[in-house]
Ligand binder design. Structure first.
Ligand code: ZN
Length: 243
């Protein structure tokens, strides 16, 4: 099964905490990320009425072409309609960290998680649309308004995005739509399997577990402390006997 070729470019700068290296090291059998992530200056001001960069402005700004199936352009500025992902022409996706970086920092979620989420969603749209991602100007029904922890949650309230940044899923309705659009069972299984690897950091998972199960955590801590104490005593008795 050929992998979808992804090229990532940065327009402007990345927010602190976003790691290019971690993106390049991501292992996927569904797509491959080009080993270089170039940066270009964003030396124009926004032309939108609400200080947003319009699709038209970005379309005309990045003229360089790349050998890839999907180009992901990453920025930090406000985009049209204050969306965090816009679909441009020629299989180009425009993603912004605007406001999202603060939301993710607040919830201790790695910034790379949102980029990976966008990549998996982009690749699945690419596959279901016969390798031609329609631009945002074309009305589509890929996303659903209800937040389900799914790749295709609409997230009109940006804070809802955190629901799909720890082991995001493909809901039954989205799976059915992709099957109908002839995305193969193998590709869907692969996506579902790899999405489980998009996680919160382990430490954060432990803290959340302890907060959610305080009594259980205290009991487990006491049992562990008791076991360690018993084991230490036994070792001391053994060493005394040997020495
Ligand atoms: Zn869904």
């Amino acid at each position: 099964m050929p992998k979808t070729k992804i090229q990532i470019v940065i327009l402007g700068s990345l927010p602190p905490g976003c790691s290019r290296q971690a993106l390049l090291e991501w292992k996927s059998n569904l797509f491959e990320i080009s080993p270089e992530i170039p940066t270009f200056q964003l030396n124009q001001n926004a032309t939108g009425h609400d200080w947003e960069y319009t699709d038209q402005q970005i379309e005309g700004f990045l003229r360089q072409t790349f050998d890839c199936d999907i180009l992901l352009i990453v920025v930090r500025v406000r985009l049209q309609d204050n969306w965090y992902l816009r679909r441009l022409s020629c299989n180009r996706l425009l993603f912004t960290f605007f406001e999202l970086d603060q939301i993710l920092h607040f919830h201790n979620i790695p910034l790379n998680n949102i980029i990976l989420r966008v990549l998996y969603a982009g690749v699945l749209i690419y596959l279901r649309c016969a390798k031609q991602i329609p631009p945002s100007s074309e009305g589509t029904l890929y996303a659903h308004d209800e937040t389900r922890g799914c790749l295709f949650d609409m997230n009109p309230n940006k804070w809802d995005v955190i629901q799909s940044l720890h082991q995001p899923s493909l809901c039954e309705s989205c799976v059915a739509q992709h099957r109908e659009a002839q995305v193969s069972e193998e590709q869907l299984r692969l996506a579902a399997k790899e999405l489980k690897n998009i996680k919160r950091p382990l430490v954060d998972q432990i803290v959340r577990f302890v907060k959610a199960h305080t009594a259980c955590s205290i009991i487990v801590s006491l049992i562990v402390a008791l076991l360690i104490g018993t084991a230490s005593s036994l070792i001391a008795i053994y060493l005394n006997g040997v020495l």
